[in-house]
Write a protein that binds this ligand. Structure first.
Ligand code: NAD
Ligand code: MG
Length: 398
C-alpha cells in the first residue's frame, strides 16, 4: 500500500485527469492513499473546481488571472486556497511533496517543471517540451536536489523499465515505437487538405489537442527522440524509430549482444503514470490488461520521412545541438497551434519548423547552470517571434 503527498500541474488536461482518475481507482482498490497538496489548471475552471472539491488540496491555481474569481466562487466554503497566474503555479510547484506530476502542455510548462526539479521529490515528467528545451540541466537539477525524474511519456517509461541503469554500456540502441498517427497510410497529396478535427482524432490514444497534432505530423516522435537522447544519454544515431500501428510495444532497448527487451501494455496513459506513481514498487490496481491472443498480431514498418519530415528535422536539431532543439520545439508549437486555429495548412507545419531552424541559430546556450531555464526561454521567445513572421509570410503569399 502506497501513500503519497502529491501535486499535479496541468491537472485539468488529458494526462492530469488520467492521473487523478488513476489515484481514485487506486484508493478504491485499497492499494494506496493520497494527500493532494496543489492542483493547477488553465481555462477549464469547472473541472478544476470539481477536482479540488474531490481532493481537497491546500491550493488550487488557475493559469488565467481573469478566472480567479470564478475559481474562488466555485471553491467557496471548502477551505481550499486559490491563486492565479504563472508565478502562483511556479510557487505551488516548489511546495514540498513526495511526487509531482508535470503535465502542463508545451514550453509553458518549463518554469514550473524547473521549479519542481529543485524540491527533492519525485518529478513525474509528462511535459516532454521541458526536457527538449532544458534536458541535461533539468536532469542535473533533479539529481542535485536528491530527487528523481521518472518519465511518464509511454515510450520513455517503457525504456526506463527495460534499460540497464547500472550498465548503460550494454546498450546498443534505443528503439522508439510510433503509432504513425491518423494519417499513416494517407498519400502526401491528401495531407494538404487535412482539418484540425481529423488531426486530433488519434486512432489509439486519447490526448490533448497539441500532442495529437504532433502525433499526426510525427513531430511528437521527433520531440521524443530528443527526450530519449537526454534521458538515457544516447546519441541520435543510436536512437531508432519504428512505426508500430497497434501501440502495444511502447519501446525497446537493443543490447550489445543482439538481445532486445521490449515493454508492452495497453495504449492507456494510466499504465506509465501508475509505474511512475508506484516507483520503485508496483501498484496492484484494476489495470487494463493485454489480451494478445485477441490482438492476434503486431506489425511494424519504417517511418516515412518524406511524408512526415518533422521527424527528420528533430533528429537534425538533436545532432546540431546547442539551441536547435529549443528552436525546433518553439517553431513546432507555434505552427501546430496555428494549424489548430486554421491559420496554417497541415503540410506547412514542418515547413515553418524547417524555416525557423534555418534562421535561428546560436551557440550552445543551455548549460547546467542555474539560469539554464531563463536562457532556454529566451531562445524559445526568439524562435516563436521568427516562426510567427514566417507564418505571416505564408499567409500573405496564399
Ligand atoms: P492537455 O492540453 O490535455 O492539458 C494541458 C494542461 O496544461 C491543462 O491542464 C491546461 O489547463 C494546462 N495549461 C495549458 N496551458 C497552460 C499555461 N500556459 N500555463 C499553465 N497551464 C497550462 O495536454 P495533455 O495531452 O494532457 O499533455 C500534457 C503534456 O503531457 C504535454 O507535454 C504532452 O506532450 C505530454 N504527454 C501527453 C500524453 C497524452 O496521452 N495526453 C502522452 C505523453 C505525453
Ligand atoms: Mg509518447
Amino acid at each position: 500500500m502506497i501513500h503519497r503527498r502529491i501535486t499535479v500541474l496541468g491537472s485539468t488536461g488529458s494526462v492530469g485527469c488520467s492521473t487523478l482518475d488513476l489515484m481514485d481507482q487506486i484508493e478504491s482498490a485499497g492499494a494506496g492513499t493520497f494527500e493532494v497538496i496543489a492542483l493547477t489548471g488553465g481555462a477549464n475552471i469547472a473541472r478544476l473546481v470539481e477536482q479540488a472539491r474531490r481532493w481537497k488540496p491546500q491550493i488550487a491555481v488557475t493559469a488565467d488571472p481573469a478566472r480567479l474569481e470564478a475559481l474562488r466562487d466555485g471553491l467557496a466554503g471548502t477551505g481550499v486556497a486559490v491563486a492565479a497566474g504563472e508565478a502562483a503555479i511556479i510557487e505551488a510547484a516548489t511546495w514540498p511533496v513526495d511526487w509531482i506530476m508535470a503535465a502542463i502542455v508545451g514550453a509553458a510548462g518549463l518554469r514550473s517543471a524547473w521549479a519542481a526539479a529543485s524540491t527533492g521529490g519525485t518529478l513525474a515528467l509528462a511535459n516532454k517540451e521541458s526536457l527538449v528545451c532544458c534536458g541535461p540541466a533539468l536532469i542535473h537539477r533533479v539529481k542535485q536536489s536528491g530527487g528523481r525524474l521518472i518519465p511518464v511519456d509511454s515510450e520513455h517509461s517503457a525504456i526506463h523499465q527495460v534499460f540497464p541503469h547500472d550498465a548503460p554500456e550494454q546498450v546498443a540502441k534505443l528503439v522508439l515505437t510510433a503509432s504513425g498517427g491518423p494519417f499513416r497510410t494517407l498519400p502526401r497529396e491528401a495531407l494538404g487538405a487535412i482539418t484540425p478535427e481529423q488531426a486530433v482524432a488519434h486512432p489509439n490514444w486519447s490526448m490533448g489537442a497539441k500532442i495529437s497534432v504532433d502525433s499526426a505530423t510525427m513531430a511528437n516522435k521527433g520531440l521524443e527522440t530528443i527526450e530519449a537522447a537526454y534521458l538515457f544519454d544516447m546519441p541520435a544515431e543510436r536512437i531508432e524509430v519504428v512505426v508500430h500501428p497497434e501501440s502495444i510495444i511502447h519501446s525497446m532497448v537493443e543490447y550489445i549482444d543482439g538481445s532486445t527487451l521490449a515493454q508492452m501494455g495497453p495504449p492507456d496513459m494510466k499504465t506509465p503514470i501508475a509505474f511512475a506513481l508506484g516507483w520503485p514498487d508496483r501498484i496492484a490496481w484494476q489495470a487494463p490488461r493485454l489480451d494478445l491472443a485477441r490482438l492476434g498480431q503486431l506489425t511494424f514498418e519504417a517511418p516515412d520521412e518524406a511524408r512526415f519530415p518533422a521527424l527528420k528535422l528533430a533528429r537534425q536539431a538533436l545532432e546540431a545541438g546547442g539551441v536547435a532543439p529549443i528552436v525546433f520545439n518553439a517553431a513546432n508549437e507555434v505552427a501546430a497551434l496555428a494549424f489548430l486555429d486554421r491559420r496554417l495548412g497541415f503540410l506547412n507545419i514542418a515547413a515553418v519548423v524547417a524555416d525557423t531552424l534555418s534562421r535561428v541559430t546560436g551557440p550552445g546556450a543551455v548549460s547546467s547552470s542555474n539560469d539554464a531555464c531563463d536562457a532556454a526561454l529566451e531562445v524559445d521567445a526568439q524562435a516563436r517571434r521568427t516562426a510567427e513572421l514566417i507564418l505571416q509570410g505564408i499567409a500573405a503569399a496564399a
